[in-house]
Design a protein around this ligand. Structure first.
Ligand code: GLA
Length: 402
C-alpha cells in the first residue's frame, strides 16, 4: 500500500454537481489504496403532495432534492464488505458471501448488495465503500432510499450491469421491505432514481409511469424540521397499511375495485354503514388525496397560488384528522407556516409523526420566512427548527472515477 502522501489526486472536475463534489472530497480521503474507484450519488426527496397513496397504487408528486448520499467504492479481494460512514464515524464489516441483516445502519447498503448478488448472480470477492450524506437521518426526506439507490447504482457501475431505472427503484424498495424490514411504498425510491432539475414528478404507483411537471421559476421550496421523530411512526405506518387493506377488502367485495385509488367517494358513502368508522376515515383520506394530486398538477401548471394553498391545507388537515399521522409539533409548525403572509403552500412531507414540513414561498422571501418560523416555533415549543432551501434536482447516477 502506498502512503497517503504519495497518493495521486483523484480528479473530480467531471462532476458538475457541487453537493456531490463536496461530499465526495471528504469520502475520498478515506480511500487508502489506489486502483479503480467508483462513485455514486443519489438524492433525497420531498413529497409535494400525495401522501400514503403509493402503497394504495395511487398518485404521488415528489421532487428529488439537492441533498444527496454519495458513495465512493472499490473492489477488494479479502472476502469482506466494509462500509465506512463519515456521518456516523463508524465502520461495519461482514463476509461478502454471508450477508445477513445487521439491524443497524449498514443494512441500507447490505440489503441492496445481498439482493443484487442473488438476482444477477454477482460474484463479489470484496468491497470497500465510503458513504457521506447530507440528508438528515429520520427526517422524512428519504435518507434510507437514497442509501439503497446509491448502492445499487454503485454496484451496477462496478460490475457493468445495465439495470433499467424502474428495476433499480423496485430493487431499492424490495431491500427496504425484505432486508431492512420497513413496509414502505415505492415513492421514495422512484423519486431518487427519476429526479430532474427544476421539475417535480407525477408518479403513478400502479404502473410506475413518470410524468415531469415544470415548477414555477419564482417558487422557492423550503423544508423545516420539527426536531422530533416519534418512535411510534413505524408501527403506526404498518397499521395504516393494514387499515387500507381492510377498506379495500370491503370496497372490492361491493364494487370490484382493485385498489383504494380506483375507488371513489360515492362508493365509499354507499358502504359507510358497514365500514368501521376508522377504516372509513382512512379510505376517505386516500381517495381524496389521490384526487388532490391530479388537481395539484393543474394548479402548478397555472401557477395558481390560492388553489395550491388550499390543496396543501386540505391535505394536511386530512393527514391530521382522517389519517391521524400528524403530531403536536408538526401541527404547530404548519400553523406558523400558514400564518406567514407570503406563503404559497405548506404541509408535512413523508410518513408523519414528526420529521419535516415542506413550505413554498416566492423567491426572495426565503430569509424572511426562515427567521419568522424559527422565532415563532422556538417561542411556542422551545425547539429550534432548522430550515433549508431545497432545489428540485437530478436523480441517481454512478461513474468510474479512476
Ligand atoms: C414514507 C414511505 C413512502 C410513503 C410515505 C407516505 O416516506 O417510505 O413509501 O408511503 O411515507 O406518503
Amino acid at each position: 500500500m502506498k502512503k497517503p502522501a504519495d497518493k495521486k489526486e483523484i480528479p473530480l472536475e467531471n462532476i458538475s454537481d457541487i453537493e456531490t463534489k463536496k461530499l465526495a472530497e471528504k469520502a475520498l480521503k478515506e480511500i487508502k489504496e489506489e486502483g479503480e474507484i467508483f462513485i455514486s450519488s443519489a438524492p433525497g426527496r420531498v413529497n409535494l403532495i400525495g401522501e400514503h397513496t403509493d402503497y394504495n397504487l395511487g398518485l404521488v408528486m415528489p421532487m428529488a432534492i439537492n441533498l444527496r448520499t454519495v458513495i465512493v467504492g472499490r473492489k477488494t479481494k479479502n472476502g469482506k464488505i466494509k462500509i465506512i460512514s463519515i456521518n456516523k464515524n463508524e465502520e461495519k464489516e461482514v463476509d461478502s458471501d454471508k450477508i445477513t441483516p445487521q439491524k443497524n445502519w449498514a443494512d441500507y447498503f447490505l440489503g441492496p448488495i445481498y439482493l443484487m448478488q442473488k438476482r444477477y448472480k454477482l460474484k463479489i470477492e470484496g468491497l470497500e465503500m465510503i458513504v457521506n450524506s447530507s440528508i438528515p437521518m429520520g427526517g422524512g426526506l428519504s435518507s434510507s432510499a437514497s442509501c439503497e439507490i446509491s448502492t445499487i447504482k454503485l454496484i451496477s457501475a462496478m460490475f457493468n450491469l445495465k439495470i433499467p431505472p424502474k428495476e433499480v427503484a423496485v430493487l431499492g424498495r424490495k431491500a427496504e421491505n425484505e432486508f431492512v424490514g420497513v413496509p414502505c411504498g415505492i415513492m421514495d425510491q422512484m423519486a431518487s432514481v427519476f429526479g430532474k432539475e427544476n421539475k417535480s414528478m407525477l408518479v403513478n404507483c400502479k404502473n410506475l409511469k413518470v410524468e415531469y411537471i415544470d415548477l414555477p421559476e419564482n417558487w422557492s421550496f423550503l423544508v423545516c424540521d420539527s426536531g422530533v421523530k416519534h418512535s411510534l411512526g413505524s408501527s403506526e405506518y404498518s397499521k395504516r397499511k393494514a387499515e387500507c387493506e381492510e377498506a379495500l377488502r370491503i370496497l372490492r367485495k361491493n364494487f370490484g375495485v382493485e385498489s383504494l385509488s380506483s375507488a371513489n367517494i360515492k362508493m365509499l358513502e354507499k358502504i359507510k354503514d358497514i365500514m368501521p368508522e376508522k377504516i372509513f376515515k382512512r379510505a376517505k383520506f386516500v381517495i381524496e388525496e389521490n384526487q388532490r394530486v391530479k388537481e395539484a398538477k393543474k394548479y402548478i401548471k397555472e401557477k395558481n397560488k390560492e388553489k395550491i394553498f388550499k390543496l396543501f391545507l386540505e391535505s394536511q388537515l386530512g393527514l391530521k384528522n382522517l389519517y391521524e399521522v400528524s403530531c403536536r409539533e408538526i401541527d404547530i409548525l404548519i400553523e406558523i407556516a400558514w400564518s406567514f403572509k407570503n406563503i404559497i403552500g405548506a404541509r408535512m412531507t413523508g410518513g408523519g409523526f414528526g420529521g419535516n414540513i415542506i413550505a413554498i414561498v416566492e423567491k426572495g422571501k426565503e430569509k424572511e420566512f426562515s427567521d419568522y418560523i424559527k422565532e415563532e416555533y422556538r417561542t411556542k415549543t422551545g425547539i429550534e427548527t432548522s430550515v433549508r432551501v431545497v432545489k428540485p434536482s437530478s436523480g441517481a447516477w454512478a461513474i468510474k472515477l479512476t
